[in-house]
Unconditional design. Structure first.
Length: 496
């Protein structure tokens, strides 16, 4: 076993410790050690360049831990760590579907991304996915999707119910698999930037920042101070816009159309300001390796501050209405409870984890500039129900607005972008950013000429979808849309 520890004194990149093992036995021992010391599972993926390896990423008190395990070329296997970290099961099944490598020891042998409709190593045939069924008197099955009545992305949900009560819910995803990694491979780094901002359109800034971090770490490019602060301004505006949209949708799902209209109005105002000042409603292409695409002019800062103050007052009024509305209290309270014990065991962060008592937020735990200078409080609730997830969203809006009001008048001067340096060949970098759903992780592998040889993008929805399955049983079938919206996992971000 060899270790290559990389740390950064300058808080621009996430601290990373890489461990390469020589055998599956060593990999399991290292993963067990990480779990014993409180590490959380983040991501798992395979790569064939320069040799077949499986990467597993974890988070611990020191930052990012990356475990690299070679694939046994004789047997085409790698060791499954799902017995230690249950959330690794679906990523391991995905590696098997795409690469044909078998996760040795994984109990779930079903495919995940492969639906039998595209050529891949899996032998799965179309239509024969074996859902787990509940047997017993009065139990019946309700299939929902993948095509839905609303204009949303496709996903299939299989409910086992008695009467109107859900006993079990199981998901089938992968319908929007886009081959993102294949599109990114063997391209100049600048060609991958537009792709990184469109992986999950509501998280364009978070993905672009994480991608830029990974590229900057691989090339040892240090963005100017002003650029880092501007990135944070963009990220918090993205967070606010999404929380506004979610709060309106949640009110509407509980029969409170007034909430949808009012929060929709506030979100639309914010998006129009984004287009007017930054050039894009959803801030796509706003963050680039080395800095940001556009600087803020002195005349634009007062306009943004004025919007911040107006938005704070309107959200405060709407929160009072939500808190005092009996119908919303009835629908939100006690619905879709995610047990804080399970959230802790799985290491869930983001809105869902924090609503179940998990004090996890990259802006607080492992802050990069400017979050190491201007601290953001962690929004927290403990009940784990829809109401708790609503309250966390309200808290985060308030914290983000306070952050913007402090940061905008005090932006550092100087340049807002730096030229990207050339990597020396065989370089890799990692990016970690707290998006509005939770933690986004990006890995980039590069060669001379800043050619991307491989990349991996990890959405927090890989953790949210399994958690949603645990929050639905015991609730009424009619409450599923409300619970689902309170989690708001991304289909597109998951089905890469």
């Amino acid at each position: 076993m060899t270790e290559d520890e990389s740390t950064q004194d300058d808080p621009v990149f996430p601290p990373v410790q890489r461990t390469t093992v020589s055998s599956g036995k060593d990999a399991l021992a290292e993963a067990a050690s990480i779990k014993t010391l409180g590490g959380r599972f983040l991501a798992l993926w395979g790569t064939e360049h320069p040799e077949p390896h499986v990467y597993a990423a974890f988070s611990d008190a020191d930052g990012l831990r990356v475990l690299r395990t070679p694939v046994d070329l004789k047997t085409g296997t790698f060791p499954s760590i799902a017995s230690l970290f249950p959330l690794a099961s679906r990523p391991e099944r995905t590696v098997r579907d795409i690469s044909g490598w078998t996760p040795e020891g994984l109990a779930d042998t079903r495919p995940w991304l492969d639906h039998g409709l595209w050529k891949g190593p899996s032998s799965q045939k179309e239509g024969d996915y074996p859902f787990v069924r509940v047997e017993g008197e009065g139990v019946h099955e309700i299939p929902v999707g993948p095509v839905h009545a609303g204009i949303i992305e496709p996903g299939h949900f299989r409910f086992q119910v008695v009467g109107e009560k859900v006993l079990r819910m199981e998901e089938r995803l992968g319908y929007t698999h886009k081959g993102i990694r294949a599109l990114a491979r063997n391209r100049p780094v600048e060609d991958v930037l537009p792709l990184s901002g469109r992986i999950s359109g509501d998280s364009a800034v978070a993905y672009q920042w994480a991608w830029s971090q990974a590229v900057e770490q691989a090339t040892q490019t240090f963005p100017p101070e002003r650029a880092l602060w501007l990135r944070a301004v963009l990220l918090e505006r993205e967070r606010i816009a999404n929380h506004l949209g979610d709060l309106g949708a949640l009110g509407n799902d509980a029969g409170f159309g007034f909430g949808l209209v009012q929060f929709g109005r506030l979100k639309e105002d914010l998006l129009r300001a984004n287009e007017r000042i930054f050039g894009h409603r959803y801030l796509m292409d706003a963050v680039i390796p080395g800095g940001v695409r556009k600087d803020l002019g002195e005349e634009e800062i007062p306009l943004l501050l004025k919007d911040v103050r107006r938005l704070r007052e309107e959200v405060r009024s709407l929160k009072t209405i939500y808190d005092e509305h009996g119908g919303l209290q009835d629908r939100f309270s006690g619905t879709g409870v995610l047990d804080p014990m399970l959230a802790g065991a799985w290491g869930l962060g983001g809105i869902v984890g924090r609503a179940s008592g998990q004090l996890l937020d990259l802006r607080h735990d492992h802050p990069v500039r400017p979050y190491d200078r201007e601290r953001v409080p962690v929004a927290l609730a403990k009940r784990g129900d829809v109401w708790a997830r609503v309250q966390v969203r309200f808290q985060e809006i308030r914290h983000s607005l306070a952050f913007l009001e402090t940061v905008l008048p005090a932006l550092p001067g100087g340049s807002w972008k730096a030229p990207l340096r050339q990597c020396g060949g065989g370089a890799e970098g990692f990016g970690r950013i707290e998006g509005f759903r939770g933690e986004i992780l990006v890995w980039a592998q590069m060669e001379r000429g800043n050619i991307v040889t491989d990349a991996h993008f990890q959405d927090p929805s890989w953790q949210l979808w399994p958690a949603l399955e645990r929050a639905v049983p015991g609730n009424l079938v009619a409450d599923f849309p409300l619970i689902n919206k309170s989690f708001n996992p991304s289909y597109s971000g998951h089905d890469l």
